[in-house]
Design a protein around this ligand. Structure first.
Ligand SMILES: *Cc1c(COP(=O)(O)O)cnc(C)c1O
Length: 414
């Protein structure tokens, strides 16, 4: 039987629900509350029937976006959040309790690192490991370990976790396996294929893609059986046990904690998501061309990019991500090239945080997003003082190469 491809499926997924007035594009629903003609129907929705009550728990607009993300991930269910951090907070705080143990990659997004610090204060034990080496994950497992967390490609060092072997370990030990798929996006990689239980995507990045809306999503792959997971409240132990975890994340994370995605950003993200495949292909192609160009440039000491043959996990990335390597580069400048001088000379590339925008963005990582954590933790995470993080956009390739060349050459000439 014919199966539609990635983009066809995403484009048409919101028509699987009724679309009002035959509108080709799903309308936006900013209503805070939803009324019913029959009070019994209202009660039924409160008691678990599909439908809407109060927008803190979702709207037709967030539901349409969730359907798109769920299709992308091949998941069993997806819940959206106000930001990627709200999605991660919901996973960790609703599923872990004081005395539980989490094994986490040591190469994580800076704000995730800070969030994990909060969890430590709340009494969750955490062991940080080099997740490029699955043996370290295995060695860190304790009797009270409940969950393993890793990103796919780490930012900004571009380390690629040993995702498949970690998945095997989690299955063998019956641990919840959480994968942050933000840097790869479901176009490059589906974590369900390596046994992930839950997948987090920051929708603010590649999926939304246009730097005009924040959002996050948690997708349940349906691979984890929550019946043996002690932290699920009695009220959520209903229906198939593979769905209990997501129910708890939604009830606690959205209804109780209120990290809800509003209709307007959800709508913008849903529109952006339609071109994920097109944009991502260009991000990847530009990033590979730029990485190869910079690798041999006298103004550059080292380029971190999984698409380069010399990258320590190049072969793994090629196998896992279908020979596509993402849009993020870490660039260490040569001695004598000042990172601020270099950045100030760029003309097209914008000096800004964020990644996954259509425009190319660059920042001095140690002095900005990784400043708060201090020198020692930066060293542990492999973040050099001269490291520039580049989020490669979808500009014309020759213009990007020209801009980097003129800025580096300008620095070398002094
Ligand atoms: C940006 C990012 C997040 C957080 O997402 P927001 O939507 O900005 O809150 C989490 N993980 C990774 C890998 C990210 O790059």
């Amino acid at each position: 039987m014919h199966q539609n491809g990635f983009t066809t499926t995403i484009l048409h997924s919101d028509r699987q629900q009724s679309v009002e007035h035959g509108a080709v594009h799903k309308p936006m629903h900013p209503s805070s509350e939803f009324a019913y003609d029959d009070a019994r129907e209202l009660a039924a929705v409160f008691q678990g029937k599909a439908g809407f009550t109060y927008a803190r728990q979702g709207t037709p607009t967030t539901t349409a976006l969730e359907a798109k993300v769920n299709h992308m991930e091949g998941g069993k269910g997806t819940v959206s959040f106000a930001t990627g951090m709200a999605a991660l907070s919901a996973i960790f705080t609703t599923l872990l309790r004081r005395g539980d143990h989490l094994v986490s990659s040591q190469f994580v997004f800076g704000n995730t690192n800070s969030l994990l610090g909060t969890l430590l204060e709340l009494g969750v034990e955490i062991t940080f490991v080099d997740a490029t080496d699955a043996a370290q994950v295995r060695a860190a497992i304790q009797p009270n370990t409940r969950m393993v967390f890793t990103e796919t490609i780490a930012n900004p060092g571009t380390q690629v976790a040993d995702l498949a072997v970690i998945g095997e370990i989690c299955r063998e030990k019956n641990l919840v396996y959480v994968v942050d798929n933000t840097l790869t996006s479901p176009w490059m990689f589906r974590p369900s294929g390596v046994g992930a239980s839950l997948v987090m995507n920051s929708l603010s990045k590649y999926i939304g893609g246009h730097g005009n809306a924040l959002g996050g999503a948690v997708t349940d792959t349906g691979l984890y059986d929550w019946s043996g997971y002690g932290n699920i409240y009695e009220a959520y132990r209903k229906g198939p046990s593979t769905g209990w975890g997501l129910t708890q994340i939604k009830k606690k994370g959205l209804r109780d904690m209120g990290g809800t995605l509003a209709a307007e950003p959800a709508h913008r993200i849903a529109v952006g998501a339609e071109t994920l495949a097109l944009r991502m292909a260009k991000h990847c192609a530009n990033a590979l061309a730029l990485a190869r160009f910079l690798e041999s440039h006298p103004g550059v000491a080292k380029v971190h990019y999984p698409g380069l043959a010399g990258h320590p996990q190049h072969a793994r990335a090629a196998a896992l991500f279908g020979a596509r390597f993402g849009g993020l580069l870490g660039v260490e400048l040569a001695d004598g090239v000042d990172c601020f001088d270099f950045l100030n000379r760029l003309r097209i590339v914008l000096m800004a945080t964020h990644l996954g925008d259509t425009r190319s963005l660059a920042l001095p990582a140690a002095h900005t997003i990784y400043y708060e954590m201090g020198a020692e933790r930066r060293k542990q995470m492999g973040i050099a003082d001269s490291l520039i993080r580049v989020s490669v956009g979808i500009e014309d390739e020759a213009d990007l190469l020209f801009d980097f060349d003129q800025a580096l050459t300008g620095c070398l000439k002094g």
